[in-house]
Design a protein around this ligand. Structure first.
Ligand SMILES: [Zn+2]
Length: 319
């Protein structure tokens, strides 16, 4: 059993440690919790609030950090419950307040760049080398509704992709999306650095409820049992999440009022109506039709649609 070294602190086996970390040239102090288990095992990083208005992930991370008992854990859990503190404390719609960037699009970052890029670079260089696995917890943003699903890494070394898919199968959702991204996103970049990881999506429209956060926490517990990190819990049966090799993002050509036709999770056929954009006089100015057969994984639900915005993301089901 060994101490876990982070930010100059030696966190002993059996210890739970909470603190803030200061990052050079970055204006926010970032909270973290380390639970160093009383027995050896891997290091799992949990992140939430990468998108700051996705509250199910944040609430789940806060609760998990309080619930974990080091005496029940093999290995170490490193939790960042509020990654984009800048956005949260300015109530942006999941962008860094100072530079307007989406923190899940700036990896691997740049030490000479804007503050989001400086921060991403810090994660890659100061945190990733300490981590064996990662789980990033997201939800539907203010304008998004989604059917629960999980992304796994589809563009990394074969053993990383295999482990990532294993982790995704321990998440109790109907769909697993294999992502082709290898950079930009935190968990995508982690895969490129050799760290198996996943991104979980649960909850809608920046709402919070105990049902979704309980489900999200159960996902994390089940992943940890699968990784051999929890001694006093049984492995829930792996779910039969359908693996989707691709998803189509249908982007809006213009702004206006948005009227989605279906609910999240609906199966649609190629060519069927997905929604309409109206002008401010209520006249139809664009008709969105499905580019593929598939399931609506997520869609914009707010009345306002932006230009080049995701109207709907349709998961392609291989038959
Ligand atoms: Zn998100």
């Amino acid at each position: 059993m060994t101490a876990f070294l982070f930010d100059g602190h030696h966190i002993q086996p059996g210890e739970k440690f909470k603190n803030i970390v200061r990052i050079e040239n970055y204006p926010y102090e970032i909270p973290y919790v380390v639970i160093n288990g009383s027995a050896d095992g891997p290091v799992l990083m949990l992140t939430a609030g990468v998108h700051n208005q996705e509250f199910i992930g944040i609430q789940s991370a806060v609760e998990l950090a309080r619930e974990f008992d080091p005496d029940h854990i093999n290995g170490t859990v490193l939790i960042f419950p509020m990654v984009n503190r800048s956005g949260f404390e300015h109530r942006t719609m999941s962008y860094t307040y100072e530079d307007g960037k989406n923190f899940n699009r700036v990896f691997p970052g740049d030490p000479e760049g804007s503050i989001s890029e400086i921060y991403a670079h810090w994660f890659v260089h100061d945190v990733f080398p300490l981590v064996d696995y990662c789980v990033d917890m997201h939800s539907g943003d203010n304008f998004e509704e989604l059917t629960p699903y999980v992304y796994c890494q589809g563009n990394a070394a074969p053993e990383v992709m295999e482990k990532s898919l294993d982790m995704a199968r321990d998440v109790n959702v109907p769909y697993i999306v294999v992502s082709n991204e290898y950079t930009h996103g935190l968990y995508n970049q982690a895969g490129t650095e050799g760290i198996p990881g996943i991104l979980i999506e649960r909850g809608n429209l920046s709402q919070r409820n105990t049902e979704d956060s309980t489900m999200m926490k159960n996902d994390v517990y089940n992943i940890m049992v699968g990784l051999g990190m929890l001694r006093h819990r049984k492995h829930a049966a792996s779910t039969d999440g359908i693996v989707l090799s691709d998803c189509i993002y249908q982007m809006s050509p213009q702004r206006g009022l948005w009227y989605p036709r279906w609910n999240k999770g609906t199966y649609v056929t190629k060519g069927s109506l997905i929604g309409e954009i109206h002008n401010y006089f209520g006249e139809v100015i664009y008709t969105c039709r499905a580019e593929t057969d598939g399931v609506i994984l997520y869609q914009t639900k707010s009345l306002n649609i932006l230009e080049d915005d995701v109207m709907a993301c349709i998961g392609v089901i291989d038959r």
